[in-house]
Ligand binder design. Sequence first.
Ligand SMILES: [Zn+2]
Ligand SMILES: [Zn+2]
Length: 239
Amino acid sequence: MGEYKLDMHIHSVSSGHAYSTVTENARYANDIGMEAIGITDHAPMMPGSCGYLHFLNMKILPDYIEGIRVYKGIELNILDTSGRTDKSITKGILRRLDYAIASLHIPCIEPLSLEENTAALCNAMENEFVKIIGHPGDPRYPINTEQVVASAKSTGTLLELNNASFNPSNSRKGGEEITIEMLKECKRQNVSVILGSDAHYHTYIGDFSYCKPLLDAADFPEELIVNRSMDAWQKLIFG
Ligand SMILES: [Zn+2]
Ligand SMILES: [Zn+2]
């Protein structure tokens, strides 16, 4: 088991193309010694995912399941360059959740120019409920890393190092170079990142093995990795 005990990007069966329940995810995470996880199913614009009621009702889940702290989240789909996300997920719903990830996904927004992709991410970060930008190093959506990192700094948003993206079988493959560039920029601007497994099956939870060589390549400082402590994470989402 690795040294990081928090994983805030995990999908359940409710996403439609993921295969473990909330309970299975929690049990596995507890078994491998994690301290906390976040369930972040895809927002409704992702084909096959659940509707808004899933997120509206998430508050019924206990804070601790199978002995581990479970945060309630969502992975929103960024829909355009103004950074708008799934319409059916209102502020009222987002307020009931602990946090939101916002990401660019092919079924929801086609790759645009570098300037437009950058604007989409930067504007999404202006949404007060968005605490994490999911897989910003997707090579299909080129971005200006200096601007994205500056927006992350000014809005207090975390940029994610998405472990699943660097699995050679993933559709986002080839993002290593841009991610190392982004990490160096984070280091330069003193901006924190979060490691996320993006698990779609419970055995991927807490696996950040593909992130490690990238962190090493950027000589990335440990204190800028939010997964190192519950305090750093809680401060981010609860202020
Ligand atoms: Zn997914
Ligand atoms: Zn995603």
